[in-house]
Design a protein around this ligand. Structure first.
Ligand SMILES: N[C@H](CCC[C@H](N)C(=O)O)C(=O)O
Length: 276
């Protein structure tokens, strides 16, 4: 089978984009892992698939697969790339595009100059809906992981996130603690582990150990979850710049009942065809 694809990234979080409307594509776990493999395949953090929408209030279905082959509910950096991709593929000429993901309906807005804004929907804090095992909903939780007492917030953006505050992201034990979060029963579907350094009330640095992919250069839903956690702790203002190695995301949230808005860049790297 020959598959046409486009390689894209959002601040270095990189994706293989596949248009499954204009071509017939069958993807199983092993195929996804092969395409995502940086030595044996194309290489990416996530593989993103465009499909016809099954519902009237969305234009497309947006499916997300981590490089370990697992299908997941949401991908923020990928959503921005998705907007650029469906326009470049000629699938739409709209600048505001509602799409359906396994984590819910999101709306993508092309701002021009390669910036895209995504209405990521409202964050979910109820532990059972994250899912996260806890007696009650709290702003922060404490658990022993990797022989350390870890304090974190638990937030879902359609996908699960644990957000920790650190003095310096450069010194954070991202791999050790990030891995430990994947192996604890308190997150029954595993979790994306974010390490946030607050610089001031409107600027943070962030590293994320992603579920199913390991540490990535950027994580859009991770940035959203981190800002929600910081605002709920009274540490951040409503609009925050998330400073990442390859550039910045702007995240804003007006509080409970409001959607999280994310704005950031998208980059198309190359188009290709792969025979599998
Ligand atoms: N690893 C995530 C999916 C990709 C999220 C990330 N790349 C983003 O930009 O939000 C998960 O398993 O929920």
């Amino acid at each position: 089978m020959n598959i046409k694809f486009t390689k894209m990234h959002g601040l270095g979080n990189d994706f293989v984009m596949i248009n499954a409307i204009s071509q017939s594509v069958t993807l199983d776990t092993e195929t996804v892992k092969c395409l995502a493999d940086r030595n044996m395949g194309i290489g990416c953090d996530q593989l993103l698939v465009v499909e016809p929408s099954p519902v009237d209030d969305c234009d497309f279905r947006y499916r997300i697969f981590n490089s370990d082959g697992g299908e997941v509910q949401q991908c923020g950096n990928g959503a921005r790339c998705f907007a650029r991709f469906v326009v470049d593929e000629g699938l739409t000429d709209k600048t505001e595009i509602p799409v359906l993901t396994a984590g819910g309906r999101i709306v993508l807005t092309l701002e021009g100059n390669d910036q895209v804004t995504v209405d990521m929907g409202q964050p979910v804090l109820e532990p059972a809906d994250i899912p996260f095992i806890a007696d009650s909903q709290q702003t922060t939780y404490r658990h022993t992981l990797a022989d350390q007492e870890i304090t974190f917030s638990a937030v879902s953006m359609g996908n699960p996130h644990a957000v920790m505050l650190v003095k310096s992201v450069d010194d954070a034990s991202v791999k050790v603690i990030g891995k430990a979060f994947q192996n604890t029963p308190i997150f029954p579907e595993q979790v994306n582990a974010g390490f946030m350094q607050i610089i001031d009330r409107s600027n943070v640095r962030l590293r994320v150990y992603e579920r199913g992919a390991g540490e990535t250069m950027a994580c859009g839903t991770g940035a959203c979850a981190a800002i929600v956690a910081g605002i709920l702790q009274g540490l951040l203002d409503e609009s925050v710049t998330v400073i990442l190695p390859a550039g910045n995301l702007t995240i804003s949230w007006a509080g409970i009942g409001s959607p999280v808005m994310m704005t950031g860049p998208v980059t198309t790297v190359f188009n290709g065809t792969i025979k599998i």
